[in-house]
Write a protein that binds this ligand. Structure first.
Ligand SMILES: [Zn+2]
Length: 122
């Protein structure tokens, strides 16, 4: 039998609550970012109606791509956290996907969606 490298039940529950907190935060972020995105799109439509050569047009396009990138990232975060949460009760949870060593409890609580140990993440 390989040596136990996973988490104790208590540690697992701490990681679970860290994941749930992080997931709620990421979900909130997607909501607020999509709202921001809609606002920018709405503002762009208004300003186009007023003057199609509005110099603010480029600023709006820039803002829109910024918010869109942040939104994509937030959506990916939510998906990664949901995946991690779903795999939390697996026997190999907390094992680095690269070197198969323990990721470590501290690191999992700080970065609950991580799949690699601190060495492999470098
Ligand atoms: Zn590793």
């Amino acid at each position: 039998m390989p040596p136990f490298q996973g988490l104790t039940d208590v540690e697992r529950e701490s990681v679970r609550s860290a994941l749930v907190t992080e997931l709620a935060r990421a979900e909130e972020q997607t909501v607020s970012l999509s709202r921001q995105f809609d606002d920018i799109v709405g503002a762009a439509e208004l300003s186009n109606a007023d003057d199609e050569h509005d110099p603010e047009g480029t600023t709006i396009a820039f803002e829109r791509s910024q918010v869109s990138a942040l939104l994509d990232q937030a959506i990916r975060d939510v998906a990664a956290l949901q995946r991690t949460l779903a795999g939390l009760d697996d026997e190999d949870f907390g094992i680095c996907e690269q070197c198969a060593g323990p990721i470590g409890f501290e690191r999992l609580v700080a970065l609950p969606a991580t799949r690699r140990c601190v060495e492999c993440a470098r």
